[in-house]
Design a protein around this ligand. Structure first.
Ligand SMILES: [Zn+2]
Ligand SMILES: [Zn+2]
Length: 240
């Protein structure tokens, strides 16, 4: 299968034993947006631009306000573009419960958005934002889920189009009700992704490169299919 032949049809939905994923979209350089449900606990993964519009179609306001955890794989705008809107929506709607944002240590974008938000709205925010900077691969217990972050290999190109710089990047593996969902974020081929994807009930794997392109920043469709096939089921996302 060539990249030009494959286009995911969003939303992509997976649901087993009260554990579900809805990928509203995942388009390179535009936006990703993923809703994760474990029982009645709602979380977001990589809330890019448009996430509020998608949540508004999917949930009622009190359900949106019940979101307590946001998982950020890395700071590229297509993965975090909706964070400011969410923070502000929660303020306007008088959210009371804490909001935890999990993100890789060194992801300056999230820290900067948070600081700007505090700066603009200091003293008038009804809820706590707790920044959870991740600098190791320790498993967390988050509400009824277990979450295992893992480091992946993602870079960005400088404006010269040649110089590559590695950026802090994570994948997350979520466990609930005896099932597991592995989200690799944006990544080139790396051992941690292979290890964490294997035998997952669902893997969400990016295929951001064309087949003839191997830039060490994203996976080719061929690589993504090979990795995804080691899980019980998989979705390919972030396809150009
Ligand atoms: Zn991306
Ligand atoms: Zn990226």
């Amino acid at each position: 299968m060539k990249t030009k032949d494959y286009k995911p049809k969003y939303p992509l939905i997976w649901n087993k034993k009260d554990f579900s994923i809805k990928i509203f979209c995942s388009i390179p350089n535009i936006a990703t947006g993923i809703l994760l449900k474990a029982g009645d606990a709602l979380s977001l993964i990589d809330p890019g631009d448009g996430i509020l519009r998608d949540l508004n179609k999917e949930l009622n306001p009190s359900e949106i306000l019940s979101i307590t955890d946001i998982f950020i794989s890395h700071g590229h705008h297509d993965h975090i573009g909706g964070v400011w809107s969410l923070l502000t929506y929660f303020k306007v709607m008088n959210k009371k419960s804490d909001l935890n944002i999990y993100f890789p240590k060194g992801c300056i974008e999230i820290v900067s958005i948070y600081k700007a938000f505090r700066n603009v709205y200091s003293g008038t925010v009804s809820y706590n934002v707790l920044l959870k900077e991740i600098d190791n691969e320790k498993k967390y217990a988050i509400r009824k889920m277990k979450v295992k972050p893992f480091f992946v290999d993602h870079s960005e190109l400088a404006s010269d189009g040649v110089t590559k710089t590695k950026i802090p990047s994570l994948g997350f593996k979520f466990f609930y009700n005896g099932l597991s969902i592995c989200y690799g974020g944006d990544t080139a081929l790396c051992d941690s992704l292979l290890k964490m994807t294997k035998d997952s009930d669902l893997a969400i794997i990016e295929a951001g490169n064309k087949d003839d392109e191997n830039d060490g920043i994203h996976l080719t469709l061929k690589e993504a299919i090979a990795i995804g096939s080691s899980a019980k089921e998989y979705f390919l996302v972030h396809v150009p």
